[in-house]
Design a protein around this ligand. Structure first.
Ligand code: AGP
Length: 638
């Protein structure tokens, strides 16, 4: 979490740094700060504000300092509450050295204790501040900046991307990268620094992705880089032809509702894109879907569709075990996807939470493939799990929405979704696009393994198109009722239970996550069959129970029994059902009915209405929908 921006060059940097921070707000918005070497007095001048970057912008409108070297930060609070004193930049005792940080410095308390004993004093309770004092102390002691860095590196543990601005070094920024990302954009006598190339991609397409465990001393014309053993690194400058996708809200009140409405297009564009990679003849034109130049397979000499995504075709043909690793909403999509790989491609599939997987015993399996799923491609737990798998020589394909994200660059292969920038913290269009992508991929693998015909693959693509249409139309069907009746009514409840069975169980988990993260209403997602083993004790007239149906007769009957159990205890039932499921519908206090679709796509059909319903309940409560408290879009720490 946390976003870093930096600049060194010939121009004033303030505007660039502030714009970059706005683009990085997805990494946290608890506070923001800016510091530069003031061109007038040659000293560090800074500002910090609690809250989103706009507050910092407003504060800086009242002052006029600027300079040709500066850094900025947007924070997701980990050590110390969101207060001005804990905002970055943090400083050394003399306030002549500033640092911004993304990550967590482990063991910082012990370092702080030692520094306090030596006479240092601290302004904040952040882990970051020790990194400022350590370098300040090392610079006073060592002759060269490089030697000072070497001494700091022996003391820092954890995960950190650090950028230092030092008053005595008015033409050089110091960058250190360990686990957290840091990139440098190479301009014409200017260098841009960011946690993500999105910060500078409209100014330069020449990018140096700092390797893990490296540091760099960056001036306007030069990058001097070293690994952690202090061996020089020749910076690999890559051409990153990625168009800057700046999403704005247009006529919508929130990004979340805009993104809910973008789902049909996100799914269609992604499938079209996969079809192009697959060499399928595209029978209609879409200007949105251009296979970008950066879609290469990590320089492997492989051919065809599997080659394009970085896999050897023989590996796919012989695939016997699939494991999917993800976090949050992506994990819910992965869970739904596991039914596709087992049901369509006949491959035993496990789904693992990245945060658990990385600390569990690892078992290698025969002919194994691991998929990681991540909208951002930056989630720390998923990334570390992926690295763990790769260390065991098992290929990893990542499904992501962000081109050139760390995961995409490090994976053996990747399937790049085309959902477009997702700004709201609550994942919506990335969830539905992940489901669609997994459905498509399961069919593609099944074709390769000789289980399915090309005709069946074509039909699957048609089903996806139809269901994306249903997803959108159903929102229109229920729109006014939800806005006028449901939102005021359901926003009065303090807790909800969401139930599903089989493929609708992970969907229930997703609905519960969505409700709690944006509305702050407590929501419990549970497998319906487990209700009687405990949670049924919670059922009363004050706790709506939301049941998501399936299109499988046997499981439908079981769900029906669970609904009756709730009804018998005077529970208020909200039902998401399909046409013809009259018995279930008749039990409901509130019901949404959807056209019947291919059974495994039942969750996708219900997705739009589920998200819209939760959005409207939350809107009625007047919550900050796109930036819920305590959250960040990209979770880059453990
Ligand atoms: C859900 O709405 C959240 N945005 C969150 O659970 C998210 O899915 C999770 O943090 C994983 O993110 P990723 O897909 O970028 O890896």
């Amino acid at each position: 979490m946390c976003g870093i921006v930096g600049y060194v060059g010939q121009k004033n940097c303030r505007e660039f740094v502030l714009e970059g921070l706005s683009r990085l707000e997805y990494r946290g918005y608890d506070s923001a700060g800016f510091v530069c070497i003031d061109q007038n007095n040659k000293h560090l001048s800074f500002a910090k504000e609690v809250g989103p970057v706009n507050r910092l912008k407003e504060a800086l409108e009242k002052v006029d300092y600027d300079g040709t070297i500066g850094i900025g930060h947007t924070r997701w609070a980990s050590h110390g509450p969101a207060e001005k004193k804990n905002a970055h930049p943090q400083f050394d005792c003399q306030k002549t050295l500033a640092v911004v940080h993304n990550g967590i410095i482990e063991g910082h308390n012990a370092i702080r204790k030692r520094l306090l004993q030596e006479g240092h004093w601290f302004d904040s309770i952040t882990d970051t501040e020790v990194a400022a004092h350590l370098l300040g102390e090392a610079i006073a002691f060592h002759k060269s900046l490089k030697a000072a860095i070497a001494s700091v590196l022996t003391q820092l543990k954890g995960a950190y991307a650090l950028v230092y601005l030092i008053e005595k070094e008015p033409e050089r920024l110091l960058l250190i990268r360990h686990k957290s990302p840091l990139v440098v954009g190479v301009g014409d006598s200017e260098m841009f620094v960011g946690s993500d190339p999105i910060v500078f991609i409209d100014r330069t397409n020449k990018v140096f992705f700092m390797p893990d465990d490296s540091y760099a001393i960056v001036s306007s014309n030069h990058i001097e880089a070293y690994d952690f053993q202090h061996n020089p690194i020749v910076p690999q400058i890559k051409i990153h032809d990625h168009l800057l996708e700046i999403s704005n809200k247009q006529e919508y009140e929130h990004f979340m509702i805009k993104e809910i409405y973008e789902q049909k297009r996100a799914i269609e564009n992604s499938i079209l894109f996969f079809k192009k990679l697959n060499g399928q003849l595209i029978d209609y034109k879409s200007d949105d879907v251009i296979v970008p130049a950066y879609v290469t397979n990590n320089n492997k000499d492989l051919e065809g569709f599997w080659g394009q995504i970085g896999l050897d075709i023989s590996h796919v043909k012989n695939l016997k075990n699939l494991d999917i690793i993800a976090a949050g909403t992506s994990w819910h999509a992965a869970y739904i996807g596991s039914y596709f790989f087992e049901g369509i491609a006949n491959i035993p599939t496990t789904v693992q939470l990245a945060s658990e997987h990385r600390y569990s015993k690892f078992f290698k399996k025969d002919n194994q493939l691991v998929l990681t799923i991540s909208q951002s491609g930056e989630t720390a737990d998923t990334l570390e799990s992926m690295r763990l798998v790769q260390k065991n020589d098992i290929p990893v394909v990542c499904i992501t929405n962000v081109a050139a994200s760390t995961m995409m660059r490090e994976a053996d292969g990747f399937l790049l979704m085309q959902a477009g920038v997702e700004r709201s913290v609550a994942s919506t269009k990335s969830f539905s696009t992940q489901i669609a992508s997994l459905y498509w991929l399961a069919h593609r693998i099944a074709v390769e393994k000789g289980i399915l015909s090309l005709q069946a693959m074509k039909e699957a693509e048609e089903q996806l198109s139809l269901v994306s249409e249903i997803l959108e139309c159903s929102i229109e069907n229920y729109k006014w009722e939800i806005m006028e009746k449901d939102a005021p009514f359901y926003s009065t409840f303090e807790r909800f239970i969401f139930l599903g069975r089989h493929i609708s169980y992970p969907f229930a988990l997703e609905a519960a996550l969505k409700l709690k993260e944006i509305s702050y209403i407590f929501a419990h997602g549970y497998p319906a069959g487990e209700l009687k083993h405990g949670p049924i004790a919670l059922v009363d007239e004050k706790t709506p129970v939301v049941i998501f149906s399936v299109l499988n007769d046997l499981i439908y009957e079981k769900l029906l029994s669970n609904a009756q159990e709730v009804k018998a205890r005077k529970g208020h039932l909200v039902v998401f059902a399909f046409e013809g499921q009259d018995e279930l519908i008749s039990l409901a206090g509130r019901c949404f009915v959807f056209p019947r679709v291919a059974p495994l796509l039942a969750p996708l059909a219900m997705t739009g209405v589920m998200q819209f319903w939760i959005y409207q309940i939350t809107k009625f409560l007047n919550r900050p929908i796109d930036m819920p408290r305590n959250l960040a879009k990209s979770v880059t720490i453990e």
